[in-house]
Write a protein that binds this ligand. Structure first.
Ligand SMILES: [Zn+2]
Length: 164
């Protein structure tokens, strides 16, 4: 039963396909609050190559989050609802449980040293400019550019591995 107030036609209306949970994960880092960050193996290997290439160009890409279970997505949304946020507002910045690319272990949220986490200001960093120019060489694409058709806000930090 859908107890979050998510419209029944959410996936089709937003053009967001259901995303299956990864079955095989490898740890790539710990985030600042100590939570383990994992990706599926091919994405993890591509991420390591991309991070090292950026470092060779003098830029520090920092992993902020990777795999997230359907259950965890549900918990996060419930937490925000309990603080009084409206579901439509939440769904501007998060996919509904079952529709997040983070479930697949192929999506990674990235930041740069000294930058606020998951902020549109990441788009002003050299790290972001580097990603725009080079991420595709490592099989990553920006999932939610400005004015994307999915009704999700511009997320310059969210990159998804789709292979090269
Ligand atoms: Zn993300």
């Amino acid at each position: 039963m859908n107890t979050l107030g998510i419209p029944l036609d959410y996936g089709t209306a937003r053009g967001l396909p259901p995303q299956a949970e990864a079955t095989l994960l490898v740890s790539i880092a710990s985030n600042p609050d100590g939570r383990e960050i994992s990706l599926e193996p091919a994405a993890a290997a591509a991420w390591a190559r991309m991070r090292d290439a950026a470092a060779a160009d003098g830029l520090s890409l920092v992993a902020i989050s990777g795999f997230r279970s359907v259950k965890r997505q549900d918990e996060i949304i419930r937490g925000r609802l309990s603080k009084g946020e409206k579901i439509n507002t939440i769904l501007r910045t998060m996919a509904a449980p079952g529709y997040s690319e983070h479930h697949t272990g192929r999506a990674i949220d990235l930041g740069a040293p000294g930058e606020p986490l998951l902020s549109e200001s990441f788009a002003l960093t050299g790290e972001y400019s580097w990603l725009v120019d080079h991420a595709h060489e490592y099989g990553f694409r920006l999932s939610y550019p400005r004015d994307n058709p999915h009704g999700i806000a511009f997320e310059p930090w969210h990159w998804c591995f789709e292979g090269v």
